[in-house]
Ligand binder design. Structure first.
Ligand code: ADP
Ligand code: MG
Length: 737
């Protein structure tokens, strides 16, 4: 009897195995199982490089038995006694590995020298040598065909290796897959036929067979391409549709110009950069609803203003905040309110201070002597007192506050706006899509959205994860920016370390300020100090004491980290900004957006513990004024190691986009996508945002065409079901968030 993709596994592989598949891998249906793809393919005689095994790694190796010797254990008190089998296996190159099997004497019969087998287990160490202890083992039969299965394993050159669990080794999963494939009725092909033929993609059923039981590398490649295409097209269709839907919900147009914006521009002490002007005009037109109409046409709604959805990328210090402020003023000038959402209280506090400062008297709305067009800027964070909070909420609700700055506290119930017209999200990478949506839901009509990020996002990531946003880039820094000199300093070299602290003292002596950054807060036993065998990362609480009594003796040191209460953080930041602290010893709370132009030196301790983008962000805290910046990356990482290479890369360029690409190459994609991609993970298994740029771009174009012609995908029910699934999973995630 044949089964469909939605058949329960218990009806196909039996209740016990089905339970193990569900428990261990979360696979419930035939479709789930068939999209549990092999992560590699073993070949008989392939080179499983036994020289590259890593301690602690879960491996499945393909190797040949060289020797098997039965040994007995000397009885010792409290230890198990008995026998064990010591087996030496070798790869093609002759590199060997020892396997030990405890109390399984019968194994000697099958572990015959000369035979090949698959061995799976965790790489352990014994007397300084790597080995596998009682690995799951599956011997392949000798040349003589003693079972149909064995013949297949010999003939089918490619043996699928599945992500497995302790209860379910890869070959058991393979067997289940085979059973499911044998009984599978040909499924409807979800990919639209036109796209399939244009892109020359194999049909779905063939692809499923070929990815699990490839006949050749060619057919495997074709199967992967086909399945990746499907993933890319489903994802792009969901994004394109979401964008199209957002575009038909009308937003309130906010015309360009307006008294407060004009007054602000007139008082601006510098010229806008060309990029600020260009992006500013783009945004102004979108807020006003005067940009050209979106690609697909909705005849009845021609005079509505689609809400802006824009991602503004620009390196640290490129002047994004100013662009955002001008957009906020345009909205305020036409009766709306703007909210700016920051990832931390420190940053919210700083935005509030700098916006109030930039606006000058224009921030004193309602006060005696303030200009008529002035507004008010409120700060709302989780740490406000009840009374403060009440008065802030009142000003937000009445509309008196034109601009509201806050952390995610702004998202809570009980924060009502009179007319929220624009939401600015600072540092999207710290902010999930879900928060953006929560804030958007606070307005009767969808507000315009501007998302700012200093983390340059590679094109495919922008397209995939932020596929429903238009993107703008500020590519140049404002004139008068000072260069930053970056060096890697070996932590163990006392001369270099002395020089480092001398440089900090020199900067302070010249009237400037410095940051010292450590990876850890310290003073808490529960803190994660790193599970590996390295020493714990340096902590700010220890470091500040050492500096105070040692190399930075006599300087005014300040301490800043995420565990201080908000008032204290605010007090420290103000003191530092006012120049009352010479050296701020901090964790990465200062990573984003902190702006103290008088700070010129940045010393990052244990620098190899930070990611490339993080280091670049931290470095962006100096060189913001008229004096050149200095960034010292202090590290124990030895020359030639990957960690050291990362640091050298950061030292060699200040091009944030180049560093972002490098960062992406080095990190696993899951880390890069983070929360932004949650809810889509189970839908993207084979597709790589790094390597499959061509597929993603082509799928994007096809998705636009498809949705434009058939917004509800009525012609493609099987495809529509996949798109709905993805949208629902994403939606569910958003609600949970
Ligand atoms: P970002 O948010 O992109 O890191 P900011 O908007 O904080 O950058 O700008 C950094 C600094 O540069 C601020 O002090 C800001 O006032 C200043 N600035 C912004 N635009 C210009 C400009 N066109 N010319 C000179 N200084 C500028
Ligand atoms: Mg900023």
């Amino acid at each position: 009897m044949t089964v469909g993709l939605d058949a329960r596994l218990r009806d196909v592989v039996g209740a016990k195995t089905a339970a193990a598949l569900d428990k261990g891998l979360g696979l419930e249906t035939v479709g789930d199982l068939l999209s549990h793809y092999p992560f590699r393919y073993a070949q008989r005689g392939e080179q499983t490089d036994l020289g590259s095994l890593q301690l602690g790694e879960e491996v499945t190796i393909f190797a040949q038995v060289r020797a098997a010797v039965q040994k007995s254990m000397r009885p010792r008190p409290g230890k198990r006694s008995g026998s064990y089998l010591e087996v030496v296996v070798a790869d093609e190159a002759g590199r060997t590995l020892t396997l030990t099997y405890f109390n399984q004497p019968w194994r000697v019969k099958e572990l015959v020298p000369g035979r090949w087998g698959l061995f799976a287990g965790k790489v352990a160490q014994f007397r300084g040598r790597l080995q596998l202890n009682s690995p799951q083992s599956r011997m392949l039969s000798d040349g003589a065909a003693d079972s149909a299965e064995a013949v297949e394993e010999f003939a089918g050159a490619l043996i699928p290796v599945y992500p497995a669990t302790a209860d379910l080794p890869t070959w058991n999963i393979g067997k289940c897959v085979q059973t499911a494939l044998d009984r599978l009725e040909t499924p409807a092909d979800p990919l639209p036929a036109a796209i399939r033929s244009r892109q020359r993609l194999m049909d779905y059923a063939t692809a499923l067979h070929q990815i699990h039981r490839p006949e050749s590398f060619e057919s495997l490649g074709a199967a992967k391409k086909r399945l990746k295409w499907q993933e890319a097209l489903v994802m792009q269709a969901a994004l394109v549709r979401r964008k199209a839907e957002a575009a038909v919900e009308p937003a309130t147009p906010r015309p360009t110009g307006g008294a407060i914006l004009e007054a602000f521009d007139a008082a601006l002490p510098f010229e806008l950069t060309a990029g600020q002007r260009r992006v500013g005009e783009e945004i102004a037109a979108e807020l006003a609803g005067t940009r050209p109409p979106v690609s697909h046409h909705h005849p009845n709604q021609s005079e509505l203003c689609p809400p802006m959805h824009r991602l503004l990328q620009g390196d640290v210090g490129s002047g994004k905040t100013l662009v955002a402020l001008r957009a906020m003023l345009q909205v305020v000038a036409h009766g709306g309110q703007a909210a700016i959402l920051a990832p931390t209280e420190v940053l919210a506090g700083q935005h509030h201070r700098s916006i109030v400062e930039m606006l000058g008297e224009l921030a004193h709305g309602g006060e005696l002597g303030a200009p008529l067009e002035a507004t008010r800027v409120e700060l709302l964070t989780g740490s406000a007192t009840a009374a403060q909070r009440r008065s802030t909420l009142e000003a937000v609700k009445s509309g008196e506050a034109g601009i509201v700055v806050g952390t995610h506290a702004l998202l809570y119930d009980g924060v009502d706006f009179a007319d929220l017209g624009l939401v600015v999200v600072d540092e999207q990478h710290r902010f999930g899509v879900e928060q953006r949506d929560a804030l958007r839901s606070k307005a009767e009509r969808p507000p315009h959205t501007l998302v700012m990020t200093a983390t340059p996002i590679p094109r495919t990531v922008a397209m995939t994860v932020y596929g429903d946003l238009e993107t703008s880039r500020l590519t140049e820094l404002p004139a008068g920016r000072s260069p930053i000199d970056t060096h890697v300093v070996p932590y163990t070299d006392q001369r270099w370390m002395n020089r480092t602290w001398t440089r900090v003292r020199e900067e302070v002596a010249a009237g400037r300020q410095a940051y010292v950054v450590c990876p850890r807060v310290g003073g808490d036993d529960n803190e994660d100090t790193g599970a590996d065998d390295r020493r714990p990362p340096l902590a700010v609480t220890d470091t500040i004491e050492q500096l105070r009594t040692g190399p930075l003796h006599g300087l005014r040191l300040g301490l800043l980290h995420g565990r201080l209460d908000a008032d204290e953080k605010d007090r420290v930041m103000r003191a530092y900004a006012a120049g009352d602290i010479d050296v701020l010893v901090a964790t990465t709370v200062i990573e984003v957006g902190v702006n103290v132009p008088n700070a010129t030196a940045m010393v990052i301790l244990d620098a190899e513990r930070f990611g490339i983008s993080q280091l670049h962000q931290l470095r962006g805290r100096v060189g913001r004024g008229s004096h050149p910046g200095l960034c010292l990356l202090v590290s124990e990482a030895a020359e030639g190691t990957a960690s050291r290479e990362r640091l050298d890369a950061v030292a060699s360029t200040t091009d944030g986009f180049a560093l972002a690409e490098l960062d992406l190459e080095q990190r696993r994609e899951g880390d890069v996508l983070g929360a932004a991609q949650s809810g889509t993970k189970s839908h993207v298994k084979l597709l790589s945002l790094l390597r499959d740029v061509d597929i993603i771009e082509a799928a994007r174009a096809d998705a636009v065409e498809l949705i434009t012609a058939d917004p509800r995908l009525r012609q493609e029910p099987a495809f529509a079901a996949l798109v709905d699934d993805l949208a629902a999973d994403r939606g569910e995630y958003l609600e949970k968030g």
